[in-house]
Design a protein around this ligand. Structure first.
Ligand code: ADP
Ligand code: MG
Length: 332
């Protein structure tokens, strides 16, 4: 950052749009939003560090701005809430030019507009090391209706939105320095938070437990099962895969495991009582978003993936370890 911190904050302040629930915005010691009666406030923070969560040589700064907002907002959706505002903490290294900072912030503001979320405040300083970004998002849900990871019950269906593994496949191609299809690149660099779905699931009480997929289906499913103290059986034939993903799997079948262990899909994974099946199929059509019923919650403690013959399938652990040890960690 070449220009002064105060100039930058002033510039951010001028660009920030006021939100409908905003009482006090940028410029004071704290921000304040109105929490309507019957609602509770959800808050989540993500820390994104250069060379840990992203690499500047792979990432366009505008897309990094968008993605840093989207993955944070996804956490509010994963609780069944409606995102309202974010706070943005920036540690800016000297090697970043003003134009690069502007490009990053253009991405941030673009995503904020898309989700109808406002920038309520933040903090800005120089970094003597890497680029550091900390985003805190706040949102609202009806009091007592936050959908936690711990609510899954034996017999509940397991559902997932969108398609699985595309982002992990893109990351693998990046690591192997292979050319990326634009559709796959978008799934990795420009994930879309499932805001409409998360909000409706919360408001209509259609999910017993939920989280957003950042670590991969297998890993995130385990988080949910541990929190709910239940087990699950997942049918591999029901996993939703994009046409691109299927095409690469046909050529290289072991890539299929990325649907299980590839991270950063930012789809919503949730459980729901079987009586909600029709309501969820209707909702999928209304939102024009695929919702796939991939398995069932059991009273065991294990997570079983079953192949088409009913046999237990273990994802190639090597693939998982390989991903866990890369320089790039998953966003929040
Ligand atoms: P303080 O000394 O109280 O931390 P600052 O000078 O850091 O105040 O910030 C002034 C105002 O600008 C505050 O309202 C703060 O929330 C806001 N602000 C600072 N940095 C950012 C940023 N990166 N994004 C949004 N708002 C910011
Ligand atoms: Mg400050």
């Amino acid at each position: 950052m070449k220009s002064g911190e105060f100039d930058l904050i002033e510039w951010i302040h001028r660009r920030a749009e006021k939100g409908s629930l905003q009482r006090i915005g940028i410029g004071d010691d704290c921000s304040s939003i109105t929490v309507p009666s019957d609602y509770e406030l959800l808050t989540s923070t993500d820390l994104l560090l250069e060379n840990i969560h992203f690499r500047l040589d792979w990432t366009d700064l505008f897309q990094l701005g968008e993605k840093s907002v989207s993955v944070n907002i996804s956490d509010i959706s994963a609780m069944g809430g409606r995102p309202v505002c974010v706070h943005l903490g920036l540690g800016l290294p000297d090697f970043l030019s003003d134009a690069q900072v502007t490009e990053y912030l253009d991405g941030v503001f673009s995503a904020l507009r898309r989700y109808d979320v406002f920038l309520a405040g933040g903090d800005t300083c120089r970094s003597s090391g890497p680029l550091m970004i900390s985003i805190t998002v706040q949102g609202l849900c009806l009091s007592g209706r936050a959908v936690m990871r711990s609510g899954a019950l034996c017999g509940d269906d397991i559902w997932v939105s969108g398609t699985l593994g595309d982002s992990g496949l893109a990351l693998r191609f990046l690591q192997q320095k292979k050319a990326l299809l634009p559709s796959l690149a978008n799934r990795h660099f420009r994930p879309e938070a499932r805001v409409a779905l998360g909000r409706v699931l919360g408001e209509k009480n259609l999910a017993s437990a939920m989280l957003d997929l950042s670590d991969g289906l297998a890993g995130d499913m385990r988080h949910l099962l541990r929190a709910s103290q239940v087990g699950a059986q997942i049918q591999l034939v029901h996993l939703p895969l994009s046409e691109d993903f299927k095409k690469f799997c046909d050529a290289e079948p072991e890539l299929f495991d990325l649907a299980l262990v590839g991270g950063e899909d930012y789809e919503l994974l949730f459980t729901s009582a079987q009586e909600n099946r029709v309501a969820l199929e209707v909702l999928s059509k209304e939102l024009n978003l695929p919702l796939s019923r991939i398995g069932i919650i059991t009273d065991e403690t294990s997570l079983d993936f079953r192949d088409a013959d009913g046999e237990i399938y273990a994802p190639g652990i090597k693939g998982y370890d390989h991903f866990a040890s890369t320089e790039e960690h998953h966003f929040g």
